[in-house]
Design a protein around this ligand. Structure first.
Ligand SMILES: Nc1nc2c(ncn2[C@@H]2O[C@H](COP(=O)(O)OP(=O)(O)OP(=O)(O)O)[C@@H](O)[C@H]2O)c(=O)[nH]1
Ligand SMILES: [Mg+2]
Length: 313
């Protein structure tokens, strides 16, 4: 059945229920809320273990670096990315008070500066951004489920496994790099709630950072698929291998980078493969690689930045 048809049937059901329950104000209010939600973009949360690549995948989907990423623990508050005509950032304090924050970019990336408020006092951060994708989906970036701080993980659990109210998100993209114990626990708990008011409607499982799977003699893509199947068997669900970083670089590739990659693609396979084994080899003085060392360094620059942890998050 098409989504549009399903939507119109749901609308009809809500209208009928509103009519039947018109003498019960609490039910009428709940149904009014459901009807309003139906007109809004689908809410999709990206969740999973610490450093699984959640924020990077969100950026890849939007095609811009609006969710801070880093090699060290980065996302500490639940952040909602919503469609907006102009960029804006709103912070809801734990007291319920809302503050509008200044929008700053740092080397093209959105800097989420909480303006002196500590993460534990933040209830919710909402980033409004002009993006066609956000017109269809509201994306929710969450702190890692196995955060170094229990409070930080608790925020993700409070969002996804609410105790006393319906779940605020419609679907979950669950990123895992394998089968760490805490990962599987949350995934299992979410699974038992799928389709109930207290849970999401569905979960998409992802084996993230799939480019890091070592291929040996196999092609990396095949190795990533095999690793996802393997991990999927252990968690008893299918996992999609995804490299958010590769997707992000692809979506934000500049013309000069594209041209340099096209030159590199003409280097004989053996020479290129040997150079790609490490950063040191790739950036060594080597005329056979056709690009200057500076050009090759520039191609690596995004990952060099994140490894050095020099970004502000
Ligand atoms: N190789 C590789 N690295 C990735 C990929 N996705 C993310 N990374 C790197 O992994 C690190 C963590 O990425 P984030 O996107 O910040 O991960 P996160 O899950 O949001 O992290 P927290 O919010 O701290 O839990 C960064 O250094 C990223 O550059 C990927 O697909 N491939
Ligand atoms: Mg993050």
């Amino acid at each position: 059945m098409s989504v549009t048809r399903l939507g119109s049937q749901t609308r009809q059901l809500i209208d009928a229920a509103r009519h039947e329950l018109r003498s019960d104000p609490a039910s009428v209010e709940e149904l009014r809320h459901s009807a309003a939600r139906l007109e809004e973009p689908l809410r999709v949360a990206l969740t999973g273990t610490l450093k699984a690549g959640k924020s990077t995948l969100l950026n890849a989907l939007v095609g811009e670096e609006i969710a801070p990423t880093d090699a060290t623990e980065c996302t500490r508050v639940v952040t909602w990315f919503e469609q907006s005509a102009t960029p804006r950032i709103d912070l809801t304090h734990d007291s319920g008070r809302r503050t509008r924050l200044a929008v700053h970019r740092d080397e093209g990336r959105l800097a989420l500066d909480l303006g002196g408020v500590t993460a534990d006092r933040v209830e919710k951060l909402q980033v409004g951004w002009p993006s066609p994708l956000l017109g269809e989906f509201t994306l929710v970036d969450t702190p890692g489920t196995s955060s170094n701080s229990r409070d930080v993980s608790a925020r993700t659990r409070a969002l996804l496994l609410p105790e006393d109210r319906p779940c605020d998100v419609d679907a979950v993209v669950y990123l895992t790099r394998g089968t760490d114990g805490a990962d599987v626990r949350l995934l299992d708990q979410l699974q038992t709630r799928v389709g109930t008011a207290a849970g999401p409607l569905g979960i998409v499982g992802v084996l993230s950072r799939a480019d890091e799977v070592k291929g040996g003699r196999e092609r990396n893509l095949d190795a990533a698929r095999a690793a996802a199947d393997d991990a999927g068997r252990r968690v008893e669900r299918s996992l999609l291998p995804v490299s958010g970083l590769l997707a992000l670089r692809g979506r934000t590739l500049r013309q000069a980078e594209f041209d340099d990659l096209a030159v590199l693609a003409t280097v004989p396979d053996g020479t290129l493969e040997a150079a790609l084994r490490s950063v040191t080899r790739f950036t060594a003085e080597d005329t056979e690689l056709l690009l200057s060392t500076g050009q090759r360094r520039e191609l690596l620059e995004p990952s060099v930045c994140s490894v050095s942890g020099s970004r502000s998050c």
